[in-house]
Structures are given as C-alpha cells and as structure tokens.
Write a protein that binds this ligand. Structure first.
Ligand code: SAH
Length: 256
C-alpha cells in the first residue's frame, strides 16, 4: 500500500515559524522532498527522514514540475509518511495543485498543512501592518512572473486596485515590473518596502519608492525578495530617508 503525502508549509525561513503539526510530521517523516527555499534549520527537524532536494530554479522549463510529481509518487510508493516541504504556504505560488492532481491520478492520499507565507513573515519583520487602519483596507498578493503555458493574469490591475500590493517573484525583473506598474498608473512616489530573506539571519530590509525600486534592488543579496507597495510604508520611508540624510551629513556611509 502506498504511503501518504503531506504538503507542508515551511514558512518564510526560521524553523520555529512552522506549525506544530508541521514539526510533528517532520519528526515522524520517512522521506522529505524539499524546495530550494527551505532552510537547513527547518530541514534539521526531519531527524530520521531521507532528505530529497527537488528545488526547481526559476526559469526552468515546465517539465521540471513533472519530474517532481514523478519523484513524489515514487517516494510515496516506497515510504509510508512522506512530507513535501514547500517554502511559505503550499497553496500560494507553490505549484501545490499540480502535485495534488498527480497524487490523485496515482491514487495516493494527501493532506495540506498550511504555513506562514512570505508576505506575513515580511510584515512581521517590518512591524508594519498590511492593512493599517485608516490607510489600507485591501491587500493583494500577486506575481508578475508568467509561466510559459500561462495566460497573463491581469496582475497589474490587481496591484493598482489594491491599497497594499505584495509582489512575489519580482526580484529578477524589477526594471520591467516597475515600468509596467508606472505605465498602468501607479504613482512613482508610491512608498515601497523590499524584504530579502525575511525571517532568516540574512534578512535585509529597504524602504524606497516605486521609482527607486530598480536601483534599490541592486543592493540586495541573492536571497528570495519580496516587494511591498503602499501608503502604509510612507512613515518608515520618511524615517529611513531622514536617517540616511543625517548619516551622509555626518560623513559616514549610509546604511541603505
Ligand atoms: N509559497 C511561498 C511562495 C513561493 S514563490 C510562500 O507562501 O511564501 C517564491 C517567492 O516567494 C520568492 O521569489 C519571494 O518573492 C517570496 N519569498 C519566499 N520566501 C521569502 C523570504 N523568506 N523572504 C522574502 N521573500 C520570500
């Protein structure tokens, strides 16, 4: 009889930002298939499992996902408790649906265990509410990345129409993404936050504007990057700008 597959959210990075259910499953797992975004600290919770990396680097062809599906099915045929560990939450930009469909087709039981998505990990790190009262009553999670077989999902309209917009997977195309947002009507002065590797020891935080984003992007390290846009970041941007100006005046090198 094949095993059961748990599609588990690993959260944004820190091992203690996963659910108790996820921690219990990892401790009991026979095999763990994990993405590139999953940190070693979180993987260490799987003490007795066979660890199988299936990290797909962005830009690879869609067949990569089919190989992951295949690997998942093969693993479930030979192991009883299989964890498919995904960064953040499995149901947000995580290709969970393809894996669920493949498991269904192979007659393998599955269950989803949610995780803290990057937008929430980043907001906790910033200490700025996505829906700050009096400023923002709507928030949208979008990705400008369009897969080869996908339709344009009108992400621009969604990003413009929401008080706060969180952009996943926008790091590599920052120039194009910012130009597209500006052309669609987003003010160039719209405050923005850039959070890289949220909830990990390498975390970086920048405050800028839509106009300044492409330049700011050049100062980040290579970790996963999240862009957050909205008036809720205005106060933090003003404070960061004042601080940078004071630092320049004092002759020191500005931090951002
Ligand atoms: N399922 C994941 C998203 C996967 S898509 C989730 O719910 O968070 C990958 C994108 O997520 C990255 O390109 C980046 O935009 C974002 N991301 C994931 N982890 C992150 C982190 N620790 N810090 C900042 N952004 C992160």
């Amino acid at each position: 009889m094949p095993g059961k597959v748990y599609l588990v959210g690993a959260g944004p990075g820190a091992a203690d930002l996963i659910t108790l259910r996820a921690a219990k499953l990892l401790a009991a797992a026979d095999a763990v298939l994990y993405d590139a975004l999953v940190t070693p600290e979180t993987l260490a919770l799987a003490r007795r499992a066979k660890l199988i990396p299936v990290g797909k680097r962005a830009g690879l062809r869609s067949t990569a996902q089919q190989l992951i599906n295949q690997r998942l099915i093969e693993t479930a045929q030979t192991h009883s408790l299989v964890v498919r560990l995904k960064g953040g939450d499995p149901m947000l930009f995580g290709r969970a649906q393809e894996e669920i469909a493949a498991l269904d087709a192979a007659g393998i039981a599955w269950e989803v265990v949610p995780g803290i998505t990057a937008a929430l990990g980043a907001s906790a790190a910033l200490g700025i509410s996505l829906t700050r009262r009096g400023m923002a009553r709507s928030v949208v999670f979008v990705t400008p990345r369009i897969g080869p077989e996908e339709r344009d999902s009108e992400w621009l309209k969604a990003a413009i129409g929401s008080d706060t917009a969180v952009l996943y997977m926008a790091g590599d195309q920052a120039v194009e993404v910012c130009a597209a947002l500006a052309a669609a009507g987003m003010p160039l002065a719209r405050p923005a936050a850039l959070v890289v590797s949220a909830a990990t020891p390498d975390q970086q935080v920048f405050f800028t504007t839509l106009e300044g984003l492409p330049e700011t992007m050049r100062h980040r390290h290579s970790g996963p990057a999240l862009v957050l846009l909205g008036e809720v970041y205005a106060d933090a941007l003003a404070a960061a700008t004042t601080m940078a100006a004071a630092t320049v005046q004092s002759g020191a090198t500005p931090a951002v």
